[in-house]
Design a protein around this ligand. Sequence first.
Ligand SMILES: *Cc1c(COP(=O)(O)O)cnc(C)c1O
Length: 374
Amino acid sequence: MNIPFLDLRRLNEPYLDAIADATRRVVYSGRYIGGDEVERFESSLADYCGVAHVAGVSNGLDALRLIIEGYKAIGRLRAGDEIIVPANTYIASILAITAAGLHPVLVEPSEDTLNIDSRLIEAAVTERTRAIMTVHLYGRTAWDDIMRDTALRHNLIVIEDNAQALGALSPTPGLNGGRHTGALGHAAAFSFYPTKNLGAMGDAGAVATDDAELAAAVRALANYGSDRRYHNIYQGYNCRMDPMQAAVLSAKLPGLDADNERRRAIAAIYDAEITRPDIILPAISDPAETIYHQYVIRIDGDRDRFRRLLADKGIGTDIHYAVPPHLQPCYAGRFGGPYPVTEKIARQAVSLPIAPYLSDDEAHYIASTINTCL
Ligand SMILES: *Cc1c(COP(=O)(O)O)cnc(C)c1O
């Protein structure tokens, strides 16, 4: 067998006709910036997650940055404020914080969930802490009673980095009672990067919030800072979502739940069939709680060799992420550390193929090859 880590063409093939119809519709609309197509996707996503406002934007990093800049614009955050964020996140979470002139305070993940260890948040709060950025890493919801209570006790803004978990639910209700990731805190950022569970044909992202004032600030900031035509209230950016991407996303959103269900089925095969004692599987959760953006195992041994042996059997793997943000050259030495749990995960993690197009046979083959390729 030959199973690349992720084949984007195979991923999108089931949507080919719907995507072709959608892109044709955009060409014939004659409207290539903003307009109905973007608004339609925004309201579908708002309905899906159960939030009042969604603003389509250029990508996930910009979505995160616009949330922080939006809160600055309406006087709720200031340069120099601290935001608590998991140390093992993808670097974009942290880039958004530093780009806006705020300070990330890194907190270690739990070795069980690989999400921020909510028991450690309280100790990281200082008099400058204004927000928690919770990251639903690998598609697993990062929200619980402890995080909720800590946020409420210290009056912290909760920002969700929901780039990886669209469609996941939380056992603990969000601040407004909702259960969908993207509707748990005060504002959420989404990415539709092509490899994400809902992927565009290029870059796209979104901001979701129930806060009308924040939503208006984000929309204005993403559109040159203008609240109406030729009237600029902020020194803004150009971070809009293209109607072409919105149309593609509208074509694919109806298939998201089935795709996520298929990912869970493949994960269940791995959970049941990978039995090597030197491999740690993802902790089992309530199935609704994770949509397996990645299926990340950890190997206590020679990771490079393990990946090479799998590659020899036609199985592609990847690493999310080999170098944590605090050890990247751009941040070297700035965030203290060490962060031993984060660094250990970075040394051990291997992502297995988990795309919804995989057949049961392919998943069985991957599991049995892992068990025997010693
Ligand atoms: C992908 C991703 C982002 C950034 O999204 P882009 O659309 O690629 O800018 C941010 N945070 C996390 C956790 C991500 O996985």
